[in-house]
Design a protein around this ligand. Structure first.
Ligand SMILES: Cc1ncc(C[n+]2csc(CCOP(=O)(O)OP(=O)(O)O)c2C)c(N)n1
Ligand code: SF4
Length: 301
């Protein structure tokens, strides 16, 4: 579906408390267009819990449950059970959580809900940091990135959350990026029609957290995909399909741009380039991305 053909209804209303150029609002706007009004959002502590409301106003036009950080997927299981008991069908129960609330603090509740086959969609908007509390590192923060708790650059690589979730054998796992709204819309629309647990992770480049100018959010997401740092895929019943540029990368029809092109535009990696270029860490970052694609080829060719 072309961007101009997306539903005109808006569920993320003007006047939110988001930073200009915020990827969470861009992503949620598209997600809610795909889900429609019969949707209940479950939102743990994260930027969205601030964006959603400036009392007494609300900027979201769907019902929403704010819940403790660790409990979002457990709350979603409870909501689906309550709806079943009430005989209410066709209501989308959707967790919308940050990477801190997914990779780290909410992982046990999410794993439990997947194992119980809760009929819901878990969406992680991954801005690779705990941004709401002032840019601390999370299990999704990439190697080498500055955060307020990794001042010289993070020493570890991020968790392979895709592999962790795929190991739960749920019917639908997908990655997306706010820079590709049609792809995101299609994936959420598809997940809505599948029964059981679904997981979608959206790359969400955050201007204050990644230290880039707020007019470059979309560009930062596109470059993440073009460098292969962020693969776009769908994993359905054990079958992997890459999408868009990631499909071309997987098939060897698109040469990945060097990761340096993505790194050098972000202030959080500035120490890798100034006062002098840190070839070793940039190479290590590149190698990690190369290895991820080699692994994909071995596993899914
Ligand atoms: C148990 C608990 N620990 C810490 C906090 C403080 N806290 C609120 S939001 C937040 C950061 C959330 O990060 P993430 O899930 O990545 O979402 P983002 O803020 O990036 O949107 C933290 C640490 C909390 N609310 N509850
Ligand atoms: S810190 Fe990042 S994710 Fe949070 S509201 Fe601002 S732009 Fe959005």
């Amino acid at each position: 579906m072309a961007l101009k053909d997306l539903p005109k209804e808006e569920y993320v209303l003007p006047g939110s408390a988001a930073c200009p150029g915020c990827p969470a609002t861009i992503g949620l706007r598209i997600v809610l267009k795909a889900l429609g009004k019969d949707t209940i959002l479950v939102v743990p502590a994260c930027c969205t819990a601030v964006i959603e409301s400036w009392y007494p106003s609300s900027s979201f036009n769907v019902p929403l449950l704010n819940i403790a950080f660790a409990a979002s997927a457990a709350a979603a299981s409870g909501i689906t059970s309550a709806l079943k008991k009430q005989g209410k069908k066709n209501i989308n129960v959707v967790v919308w959580a940050g990477d801190g609330g997914t990779y780290d603090i909410g992982i046990q509740a999410m794993s439990g809900a997947f194992e119980r086959e809760t009929d819901f969609i878990y969406i992680c908007y991954n801005n690779q940091i705990y941004s709401n509390t002032g840019i601390q590192r999370s299990g999704a923060t990439p190697y080498g990135a500055w955060t307020t708790t990794t001042v010289g650059g993070k020493r570890e690589f991020q968790k392979d959350m895709g592999a962790i979730v795929r190991a739960h054998n749920i019917p639908y796992v997908a990655t997306a990026c706010i820079s590709y709204p049609e792809d995101l819309y299609r994936k959420v629309s598809k997940a809505k029609e599948i029964r059981g647990s679904k997981y979608i992770e959206i790359l969400a480049p955050c201007p204050p957290g990644w230290r880039f100018s707020m007019d470059r959010t979309i560009e930062m997401g596109r470059l993440a995909v073009e460098t292969g740092v962020w693969p776009l895929y769908e994993y359905e019943n054990g079958k992997m399909t890459f999408n868009g540029i990631s499909k071309a990368i997987f098939e060897g029809k698109f040469k990945r741009k060097p990761v340096e092109e993505w790194l050098k535009l972000q202030g959080r990696f500035a120490h890798l380039f100034k006062p002098k270029k840190d070839e070793e860490r940039i190479k290590k970052f590149q190698r990690h991305v190369d290895e991820m694609w080699e692994k994909f080829r071995k596993e899914f060719s």
